[in-house]
Ligand binder design. Structure first.
Ligand code: GLU
Length: 495
């Protein structure tokens, strides 16, 4: 099929957040449309009035916007084939329901849910197929009147073709053949007048001129039903592409148990949208065995459905973190600073308004940690000691590096020199350390590690000279003094 005028859509049901699976579906639709210079449509499938919420619509839009998956038609921007909320299209569905009824391709069914349940159970108990038994398929007008007089509210059922097969030539899975006898006369309109998913989706995809239906493979079994509706209405059938499932690392379907599932939770944990998009693209698609890093532009250029796998994809948090680290390191210092300042403010570690001097200092700190963190969320815990007066000490680190005989004298020496060194820069600080090292006649690590524990409270940090320069002279001196006292006290207790 020609790919001219490609139109794809993402059609979420607004009953929760934008989940990883939904975001991957949206991304593949977006990439396919962008690759072919086509149109990406966003349609909100909100006919389940009880479960759909405006809050959820907003959360989904927010997730898509954060990822940069811009839509050409849909909420907020309109388009030629709206409305884009199914709840605003009820008269359209009604028109096609009536058409199918008029052509006897659908019929009214008066069976109540209780009756259906009882018959299903009975069929199962007797080892028969529990599907709808077509009791209402050929009612006469008189029979209908009787049922209506009982106050029954009918649903509309589609008269499925139950002989032969329905074939789908899936762009990812290849040919799939469904035995029609598996299909039942499914409901297309509920008794409250609302259309069902399998019906509304066909009407909308047709009227919105969708050329490629790209969605999760949990919808495969719906596809023959939908194809029969296309055929009954004389609509051309679009292309279908069913994306492989996403599993957690234990090979079960990805769920809350595996960690965050909402895309915005990843934003809140400090993942970058570019890293997220890159990672989501690899959930089922690959370009080559070795290339894994792609900007959104590169993804658009390289994306094709024939490189989407049929096998389930495994969501690997470690790989996502690694990838995010790669993108974090690529940020320029100003961008990085812009990203960490709001987090520091939220934590109360920076004031509401940040002056130029403070900003420079934050930039220095952020750059010194840039290669050590994998997410922005790791920035606060690994930089807190720069921003607070009282730090916490890791007792094991104190025991191992501070409680050593030579430490109090060495700290006294360092204090004296650091008090005088001018300016208080990395280079000058390094000189001081080298001088002190010579005097104490030890390895450089024996000088640095105790200082690291003294000023950061921990045994890991960026380069010591960098840290001290960013920390500034007053805090450095104060912490060395405090740590020297601590070391003395602990040593005395040992004697
Ligand atoms: N509203 C459906 C869902 O969220 C859409 C499925 C489809 O793309 O056809 O699963």
């Amino acid at each position: 099929m020609s790919t001219a005028n490609v139109r794809t859509r993402f059609a979420p049901s607004p009953t929760g957040f934008l989940h990883v699976g939904g975001a991957r579906t949206a991304l593949f639709n977006w990439l396919y449309a962008r690759h072919h210079g086509g149109t990406f449509v966003l349609r909100i499938e909100d006919t389940d009035l009880e479960r759909s919420t405006e809050e959820s619509v907003n959360a989904i839009l927010e997730g898509l916007e954060w990822l940069g998956l811009t839509w050409d038609e849909g909420p907020g921007c309109g388009g030629d084939y709206g409305p884009y909320f199914q709840s605003e299209r009820l008269d359209i569905y009604q028109h096609y329901v009536q058409k199918l009824l008029d052509e006897d391709k659908a019929y009214l069914c008066y069976c109540t849910p209780e009756e259906l349940k009882a018959r299903r159970e009975e069929a199962l108990a007797q080892g028969r197929d529990p599907k709808y038994d077509r009791r209402c398929a050929n009612l006469t007008a008189a029979e209908r009147q009787v049922l209506e007089a009982e106050g029954r509210q009918p649903v509309v059922r589609f008269r499925s073709n139950d002989v032969g097969t329905t074939e789908v030539n899936d762009l990812i899975r290849g040919q799939i053949i469904f035995e029609n006898e598996m299909l039942d006369d499914f409901v297309i309109q509920k008794s409250d007048g609302m259309p069902t998913y399998n019906f509304a989706v066909v009407i909308d995809d047709h009227l919105m001129k969708i050329t490629h239906v790209i969605r999760g493979d949990d919808h495969i079994s719906n596809t023959p039903r939908q194809i029969q509706v296309y055929q009954a209405l004389g609509f051309p059938v679009p292309e279908f592409a069913h994306l492989p499932m996403i599993l957690g690392n234990d090979k079960t379907r990805l769920s809350k148990r595996h960690g965050a599932t909402a895309v915005t939770e990843y934003r809140d944990q400090g993942f970058l949208p570019k890293a997220m998009v890159n990672y989501l693209a690899l959930l089922g698609w690959s370009y080559s065995a070795t290339d894994t890093l792609f900007t959104p532009e590169e993804l658009i250029e390289k994306f094709s459905l024939d490189r989407v796998s049929r096998n389930p994809a495994v969501f690997d948090m470690k790989k996502l973190e690694w990838m995010n680290g790669v993108y974090l390191r690529e940020l320029d210092p100003e961008e990085l600073t812009d990203l960490v300042i709001p987090d520091l403010q939220k934590e109360g570690l920076l004031p509401e308004s940040v002056d130029a001097v403070t900003r420079e200092r934050v930039k220095k700190i952020a750059v010194s940690l840039q290669s050590r963190i994998r997410t922005l969320g790791e920035f606060i815990p690994s930089s807190r000691y720069f921003f607070v007066d009282d730090i916490e000490y890791d007792p094991a680190a104190v025991e191992k590096f501070l409680v050593r005989d030579y430490v109090p004298d060495m700290f006294a020496m360092l204090l004296e020199k650091l008090m005088q060194v001018e300016p208080f820069t990395e280079e000058k600080i390094e000189q001081v350390f080298l001088e002190v090292q010579e005097k104490v006649g030890r390895k450089l690590g024996d000088v640095i590690q105790p200082v690291r524990v003294a000023v950061t409270g921990t045994r890991v940090s960026p380069g010591m000279y960098e840290v001290l320069a960013a920390l500034g002279r007053p805090r450095t001196l104060e912490r060395l003094k405090h740590a020297a006292e601590m070391a003395k006290t602990k040593l005395a207790q040992k004697d």
